[in-house]
Design a protein around this ligand. Structure first.
Ligand code: ZN
Length: 192
């Protein structure tokens, strides 16, 4: 089922996600719905907060992007990115590696708002999959960036928090408009 994507201005986007201790049927359904929602919106990643659940859960798939390469290492060996997709990260721990690089980012919770964000070019990740099994890997390029963007969501951190003041200045008006629209929509729901 495709879920509505929560937009900037909704308080759930600022909530830290709770750890998932047990993979229940509800969690499995949520994972399936998050993938359906992400693919429908043509995104490469989606965090649970973006569909209204403050949980340590994100889904990713970079296969749809051809012009921005991703890298993957398993046990120190370079591995095939496509066969590692789609990717479910539950309770992920992300350690930044490598030098900071700039790259363009958007967010499904911020339609049409893009900016260059500086992040480390590689990350080491330990997480559980949708069966509750632990796994670890190193990711770089677009995948490394997307993982950092999504795991930030799990801690209530948004890409606007990582924009330079110049980049933030450029999108300031669009942000204010989006936030006001979301708050109006929330108030209308409450008034019903
Ligand atoms: Zn996002």
């Amino acid at each position: 089922m495709i879920l509505p994507v929560i937009r900037y201005g909704h308080p759930v986007l600022r909530k830290k996600g709770a750890r998932i201790e047990t993979i229940t049927d509800e969690i499995q359904q949520l994972v399936a719905d998050m993938f359906a929602t992400m693919y429908a919106a043509r995104g490469v990643g989606l965090a649970a907060q973006q569909v209204g659940h403050a949980l340590q859960l994100t889904v990713l798939d970079v296969r749809g992007v051809k012009d921005r390469p991703s890298q993957l290492w398993l046990q120190g060996h370079e591995a095939d990115v496509a066969s590692f997709m789609p990717l479910v990260l539950i309770n992920p721990i992300v350690n930044p590696m490598g030098k900071p690089v700039k790259g363009a980012e958007g967010c499904l919770s911020f339609p049409e708002i893009y900016a260059d964000i500086e992040r480390p070019d590689e990350v080491d990740v330990i997480a559980q999959n949708e069966r509750g099994e632990s796994f670890s890997f190193r990711a770089g390029g677009l995948l490394g960036r997307a993982i950092q963007h999504e795991t930030d969501h799990l801690h209530g951190i948004l890409y606007i928090d990582r924009m330079s003041s110049a980049a933030l200045d450029e999108v300031k008006e669009d942000l204010a408009t989006l936030q006001a629209e979301t708050k109006r929509a929330l108030a209308a729901v409450r008034a019903r």
